[in-house]
Design a protein around this ligand. Structure first.
Ligand SMILES: Cc1ncc(COP(=O)(O)O)c(C=O)c1O
Length: 400
């Protein structure tokens, strides 16, 4: 935008400029780099050993079936594909919570849509709670809640020196939270640190949340990419069993590799089945004003997979292959240098490297290794052929 346009007449001239997306800049630099051995560990999608992000076999099979059998594209409703949401509830929440009349859920456009709908619902309660997020967290968390008019505050989460969760500091930070405040928790595969609350930590957190009247908002965006489908949901489920009220924002975009199809769901657990009725009415009214109804294709694909035992088994097989690949690479990286050892027992796509923004810039320019200045890498951006070169270059910048 030039100065004349910025100062000219019109409604939009008052709009402030927005900072460029740091990751998009990294993607652009990677694309422009002619070096054949360049490595992209910036973009946050699963990649296979060849660097591709393929459509899953089970998804392709479901899409073929959808193409052959779908006989209408008429509107569904604001709830989207309810059978999708109900089938997914058993996988995400477990059968006990899925059948709990206090729990209601609807389909959303991805995990982002689920988080935004959660934020709007929280704002609508009129209680003006603060939303507490750990540091660091996915950079889109705070803007999503702030866009709904909510106040966001931070608690410590990740300790850079130990490359682990500083659980005591997190609990101490939450001492400032007030009755009715919301605490955002990553269900598994924390983005960007790769750390996840242990079963013991989830257990310790539960009575603290209950006695202090804090409401968990669990972001479950990578189920199955950490330790396993059941394992990755166990902590969230134990917390749901202990607290009266909670929200669960879910993304199918990574574990079904449906990224651009925007597949997700939001469930709300209320204090009683009676309260779940207005909760659902408000979810539907909000969805209607936000996106009217969510896109159908991806959710229909997931529904078809979950309705069919063979397809479900194949999806689970593919998902475990993805998980194994990530965990193999983690073991390799962890063995390279003492400073990287924690990566071996972290989980999911992401790890936060103990390097400075200058180091990240040097890795880009001097070694053709593309990552953002934050030092967050997508482990799946590596393969067995590149992990050695990556580790050698990185070792130049590691201490200890
Ligand atoms: C922690 C976390 N939550 C939610 C999302 C949003 O997922 P979706 O692409 O389904 O909107 C992401 C995506 O990167 C994420 O990392």
């Amino acid at each position: 935008m030039n100065a004349t346009a910025a100062s000219g007449p019109g409604m939009f001239t008052a709009l402030p400029r927005q900072p460029a997306d740091a990751l998009l800049a990294v993607i652009g630099m990677h694309r422009a780099d002619p070096r054949l051995d360049k490595i992209d560990v910036g973009v946050g999608v699963y990649r296979d050993e060849t660097g591709a992000t393929p459509v899953m076999r089970s998804v392709k099979a479901a899409e073929r079936r959808l193409l052959a059998e779908q006989d209408s594209k008429s509107y569904l409703g604001a709830e989207g594909d309810q059978r999708f949401t109900d089938l997914l509830a058993s996988i995400a929440l477990g059968s006990e919570r899925a059948d709990d009349p206090r729990v209601t859920g609807i389909q959303t456009p991805g995990g982002t849509g689920a988080l935004r709908l959660a934020a709007e619902l929280i704002a609508r309660t009129g209680r003006s709670p603060t939303v507490w997020v750990g540091t660091p967290t996915w950079p889109n968390h705070a803007p999503i809640f702030q866009a709904a008019g909510l106040t966001v505050r931070t608690t410590p989460y990740f300790d850079v020196v130990s490359a682990d969760i500083d659980f005591d500091a997190m609990i101490d930070g939450l001492a400032q939270a007030k009755d009715g405040d919301v605490v955002l928790l990553h269900g598994c595969c924390h983005n960007p640190t790769g750390t996840t609350l242990s079963a013991d930590q989830w257990r310790i957190l539960a009575p603290i949340m209950v006695t202090r009247g804090l409401i968990p908002l669990i972001d479950l965006a990578y189920q199955g990419l950490g330790q396993g489908l059941e394992e990755d949901a166990a902590g969230a489920r134990s917390l749901l069993a202990a607290v009266p009220e909670a929200l669960i924002a879910y993304s199918c975009d990574k574990n079904f590799a449906l990224y651009r199809e925007r597949v997700g769901a939001l469930w709300v657990q209320s204090s009683s089945a009676a309260v779940a009725v207005p909760v659902r009415e408000n979810l539907l009214a909000l969805a209607r004003s936000l996106w009217s109804m969510p896109p159908d294709h991806g959710a229909a694909v997931v529904r078809l997979i979950l309705e069919d035992e063979l397809l479900t088994n194949d999806w689970c097989l593919e998902l475990s292959g993805m998980r194994r690949r990530i965990n193999d690479l983690r073991l390799l990286l962890g063995a390279v240098h003492p400073a990287l050892a924690p990566i071996a027992h972290q989980e999911g796509l992401f790890a936060l490297l103990p390097i400075t923004p200058d180091d990240a810039a040097a890795l880009r320019t001097d070694h053709g290794i593309y990552l953002p200045n934050s030092g967050r890498i997508n482990v799946a951006g590596l393969n067995h052929g590149t992990v050695g070169r990556f580790a050698d270059a990185l070792a130049l910048y590691l201490k200890g």
